[in-house]
Design a protein around this ligand. Structure first.
Ligand SMILES: [Zn+2]
Length: 408
């Protein structure tokens, strides 16, 4: 039998690291490799309609067992974070975890410590999966992929569970913010959707940041430094002053937490003649983004006159919006997920993500898409681990979602 653990270990061995510098879609060839494997596996479990489109998005539909019941969609992403290598991942299965720190054998300086990962205390006796410490594990989001594949095999095999159509969608390049760039939301005929891209058992994420990105362009004037007196306008120096005037003792990622938003200068490029500065604007309250943009414009308005001949442009673009606002349009999306979590014996834990998900964009575009736990922990780090029992509970939640939506 092809178990959840088998699937998970098979998927994490395929390197699908997203590449921010790539202009192709998807950004890395490994995503095609995993997509093709999943296509073959979906067909093997009986989903003959499974396809990969030109953008490497894998789709299949579990046919309804109760005609007329509402359709839902379930999503996970194929790529892994570019923040650490995922080449040659060697998953290590720790059965019956005894508690205490976990030293990773491929790099013994990498230790998953109980004081840094307090949730480990709850997982004593369970089965954990880690990398050997030299790579990411990639549970984000291969755990979600394995959960959906396992639940799909179960739903196809069990005709006794009455449900509507269940659309399966595996997306690419979520980690570099391109997860739904090539996915036409209008093509998803569903009452709502769920991403399986969350942490501990019971977690349901119904809020994300609202996010804008500002590009500050500083135009200076370059001339040979020997002839520069009264003539040079150094865009790089002005960029440094701009960053220094950003609030940081409050309103910065390194000094805020919980429900506080921030302004985050994250990239600076250029030279004397021209410099650009990238700034992320983040808040759980969409209206705050306008106030954050005003801070940037106010700095530009006071700084530019201090450097005659300099020009500072602030261009602010929408990235994604807090899903809370959009979820209100389909209240069943969260209510049924909450019930599904209770039905498998867990207490729903509502969390707000200090970031975005594919679901933030999908919800903004009209498809309510909360994020559910898939049993991953410490993701984007070589200290990442997954808990098999939590992944199994995630499979149970997905089956319950199908059943509960099937009775609508
Ligand atoms: Zn993820």
């Amino acid at each position: 039998m092809d178990t959840l653990l088998d699937r998970f270990c098979r998927y994490v061995r395929i390197e699908t690291t997203a590449d921010e510098n790539a202009s192709s879609y998807p950004s890395s060839p490994g995503q095609w490799e995993l997509a093709k494997l999943l296509l073959a596996e979906l067909r093997a479990i009986g989903l003959g309609d499974a396809t990969i489109d030109a953008h490497c998005i894998v789709r299949a539909t579990i046919p309804p067992t109760r005609p007329g019941a509402p359709a839902i969609a379930v999503l996970a992403h194929l790529d892994t974070s570019p923040e650490f290598t995922a080449r040659d991942v060697k998953p290590i299965v720790h059965r019956n975890y005894a508690g205490g720190d976990i030293v990773l054998p491929g790099d013994r300086s990498k230790v998953i410590r109980t004081d840094e990962s307090p949730e480990l205390a709850r997982l004593v006796g369970q089965t954990l999966v880690t990398s050997d410490g030299t790579t990411l594990l990639g549970a984000d989001d291969k755990a979600g992929v394995a959960v959906i594949m396992t639940a799909a095999a179960e739903l196809v095999a069990r005709r006794d569970i009455l449900h509507g159509p269940i659309h399966i969608i595996f997306t690419c390049d979520e980690e570099i913010g391109r997860g739904v760039d090539r996915l036409d939301v209008r093509s998803i005929d569903a009452a709502c959707a769920y991403t399986f891209d969350g942490e501990s058992a019971g977690a349901i994420e119904t809020e994300t940041f609202s996010a804008d990105r500002a590009t500050v362009t500083i135009t200076g004037r370059n001339i040979h430094p020997g002839l520069a007196t009264g003539r040079m306008v150094n865009a790089l120096r002005i960029a440094g002053q701009f960053v220094a005037r950003l609030p940081w003792q409050r309103l910065a990622p390194e000094t805020t937490s919980g429900r506080d938003g921030f302004l985050h200068p994250y990239v600076i490029e250029g030279g004397v003649a021209r410099a650009t500065l990238g700034v992320l604007l983040r808040s759980f309250e969409t209206a705050d983004l306008a106030r954050q943009a005003d801070i940037l414009r106010a700095i530009a308005a006071t700084l530019a006159p201090e450097h005659p001949g300099c020009r500072i442009d602030v261009d602010v673009r929408n990235q994604y919006r807090n899903m809370r606002d959009g979820l209100a349009r389909e209240p069943r999306a969260v209510a049924i997920a909450e019930q599904a979590i209770r039905n498998v014996g867990l207490t729903p834990v509502f969390r707000a993500i200090r970031g975005g998900t594919d679901g933030s964009r999908l919800t903004e575009l009209g498809l309510a898409t909360p994020n559910l736990f898939a049993g991953m922990h410490n993701f984007h780090s070589p200290l990442e681990y997954a808990c098999l029992e939590e992944m199994e509970l995630s499979v149970r939640v997905l089956v319950e979602l199908a059943r509960l939506w099937g009775s609508q």
